[in-house]
Design a protein around this ligand. Structure first.
Ligand SMILES: NC(=O)c1ccc[n+]([C@@H]2O[C@H](COP(=O)([O-])OP(=O)(O)OC[C@H]3O[C@@H](n4cnc5c(N)ncnc54)[C@H](O)[C@@H]3O)[C@@H](O)[C@H]2O)c1
Length: 357
């Protein structure tokens, strides 16, 4: 029997908060603006330190206001939510300015590549009394969100094993700054899988990671990682990522095995980034019918559709005066996992997330 997988973002009643975007780079053009257009969100204007990029993006998406500076964007009372999409080392200063202007905030992931600075960012928003959400939108990826529904309904029973296994070719040259960072996969890519695992199973007790590069590789940081999350004696999770698969047999899969059922999905985006194809999810539960496997193919895609999730959730949180799901404190736990992974690689041991910070 086919289930309603209840995977779409739950939006509030008020969805016309004015959005001002800082940064008009790759991800804003590929994901933020297409998603907001689809959802009918109210983008007031944007700015970028590269004025030409800002002007071109505004033309492409019919955004009426291009601000000459961040200050001009923050001065506009029509901008209620500031959507920051710049590399993480520039994010803290923008948060400082935006919180001083009393704006609500959607920040890009990683919140910061330096854990102590991420804490400062969260504290700035708390001190200013504004909401801060982080754009960890893979939680709203269709296969991830549907798996969460199955788990929450008890249809998979107690989880025993979870695996995200990704083997793709990533063209890092598309992000010149990514070639120079010391921490690459865990900080900028696997952070999505770590956050998704947290959204499904909570915070693990310990993190074991191993990282490697590739012969003659162009990036300074690691492009191959394996991470084990230890939750309990009866449940562990694995995240395995290889960015150097130059063959045509790439894959990006999720599998959850529980005492009553299993779910197995694909992340369609990674088969042809950033266009991709829809996710798939197959599942079976003894509580429905042990002899039946249900195959689900989604209409939506990780990019752009999942980007409606964090912005829609932030709007609902503002309207209901509560914390958004990917609020700053929650995101620090994801960053603890990332940093525990790096410490594990360096010290060749299991690291408890609480050791970070
Ligand atoms: N959530 C996701 O799935 C996802 C996907 C890709 C990238 N990202 C994140 O989004 C961020 C941007 O990535 P991108 O691929 O768009 O990078 P990009 O280099 O293509 O674009 C960044 C843009 O920010 C502008 N910029 C930088 N600092 C600025 C400042 N202080 N004021 C105004 N403009 C500024 C740059 O001129 C550039 O146009 C990164 O942190 C990256 O990790 C997130």
């Amino acid at each position: 029997m086919n289930q309603d997988l209840d995977y779409r973002p739950a939006l509030g009643k008020k969805q016309d908060y004015g959005i001002g975007i800082i940064g008009a780079g790759g991800i804003v053009n590929a994901a933020h603006l297409p998603a907001y257009r689809k959802a009918g969100f109210n983008v007031i204007g944007l700015t970028d330190q590269d004025g030409e990029k800002a002007a071109q993006t505004a033309r492409d998406f019919e955004v009426s206001r291009v601000y000459p500076s961040v200050e001009a964007l923050l001065d506009d009372p029509a901008v209620e939510i500031v959507d920051i999409a710049v590399p993480p080392w520039n994010q803290k200063e923008l948060v400082r300015q935006a919180t001083a202007a009393g704006k609500q905030l959607l920040c890009q992931k990683p919140l910061s590549n330096v854990y102590a600075e991420a804490v400062e960012i969260v504290e700035m928003a708390e001190a200013a009394g504004v909401k801060l959400a982080v754009n960890q939108q893979m939680r709203w990826d269709q296969a991830v969100r549907s798996s969460r529904t199955l788990l929450n309904r008890g249809l998979l029973g107690d989880p025993a094993a979870a695996v995200i296994d990704v083997s793709i070719h990533t063209e890092w040259r598309a992000w010149p700054w990514a070639l120079t960072v010391e921490g690459l996969d865990l900080m900028f890519h696997s952070i999505h899988y770590f956050d998704s695992m947290r959204s499904l199973f909570g915070q693990p007790d310990r993190v074991w990671s191993s990282g490697a590069s590739y012969p003659g590789h162009v990036a300074v940081g690691e492009t191959r990682t394996i991470t084990v999350f230890e939750y309990s004696d009866t449940f562990q999770a694995l995240v395995s990522v290889n960015h150097n698969n130059w063959t045509e047999e790439c894959f990006a899969t999720l599998r959850i095995d529980g005492t009553e059922g299993y779910a197995a999905g694909t992340f369609g985006l990674l088969y042809d980034y950033p266009h991709g194809r829809p996710d798939t999810l197959s599942y079976s539960s003894r509580m429905i019918d042990p002899n039946e496997t249900i195959h689900h193919r989604f209409e939506e895609r990780w990019i752009p559709d999942s980007f409606i999730g964090p912005m829609g959730e932030l709007m609902a949180a503002i309207e209901e005066d509560r914390l958004p799901e990917t609020n700053g404190r929650d995101n620090l736990k994801t960053l603890q996992l990332v940093n525990a992974g790096y410490r594990s690689i360096a010290e060749k041991r299991a690291v408890a997330p609480g050791e970070i910070g």
